[in-house]
Design a protein around this ligand. Structure first.
Ligand SMILES: [Zn+2]
Length: 223
């Protein structure tokens, strides 16, 4: 099976992904500001145009180069969950009935507006939008239906070992400290595990193959 996933990473610390589709590439997450060149260069090496930018959530280390990419790619489709689209405009208010007290982590916002907002179950090319709230209220993961790759955003990280954002990983606590509602994040970690992904491609850290046992361990540690 051809590998449709390319990881673009800065210092192995923050990742974006390029997902190959018949009509071009989908970029998932845009890393920190100043990353557009690396993402555009990776697409050029793959020899395919970027046709979509899809975001797992609105934190600054995932949307940082959105404006620069949108500027470099006129007409590109820009996708984020309906809930986190509000955070992209720096509207930090909670929805009625939402748990948690306040947003955590950096929300610098972006000038770029989504061309479409996503709901769980929507498809972005071959990627199914999977609800995974907790790290942020509208966090989504993307499951590639062709090969079972789970692009997890910050619903799992693998830097310093596979971990959920529901419990501090002493070797990489950043994702935990940026997490809005930890019990919800733990529920989402369980739901993503139940999808039986063949590999997990996180926002931070390396891609991990056959991640089931490591995900089980991470869930057990946070439970
Ligand atoms: Zn985050």
């Amino acid at each position: 099976m051809p590998d449709n996933l390319t990881r673009v990473s800065r210092l192995g610390f923050v990742n974006a992904y390029l997902v190959r589709e018949d009509d071009g590439l989908t970029v998932v997450d845009t890393m920190l500001p100043g990353s557009a060149k690396a993402i555009l260069g990776a697409a050029e090496r793959l020899g395919a145009p970027i046709v979509r930018v899809a975001l797992t959530h609105a934190h600054g280390d995932h949307i940082g180069s959105l404006d620069a990419l949108a500027e470099a790619l006129p007409g590109v489709e820009v996708l984020i969950s309906t809930r986190d689209a509000r955070l992209l405009t720096k509207d930090m208010s909670l929805d009625p009935g939402e748990p948690g007290d306040k947003m955590r982590g950096s929300y610098p916002g972006a000038k770029t507006k989504p061309t479409r907002t996503l709901e769980p179950g929507d498809m972005v090319g071959s990627l199914e939008v999977v609800a995974s709230p907790g790290h942020t209220p509208g966090h989504v993961a993307f499951l590639d239906r062709r090969d079972g790759t789970l692009i997890a955003g910050d619903a799992y990280s693998t830097l310093g070992g596979v971990a959920t954002p529901a419990r501090a990983n002493p070797r990489f606590p950043l994702v935990y400290f940026g997490t809005w509602h930890r019990p919800t994040a733990l529920q989402s970690a369980r739901a993503l595990r139940a999808l039986e992904p063949t590999r997990v491609a996180p926002g931070h850290g390396r891609v991990v193959d056959a991640p089931g046992p490591a995900m089980d361990e991470a869930i057990a540690k946070a439970s």
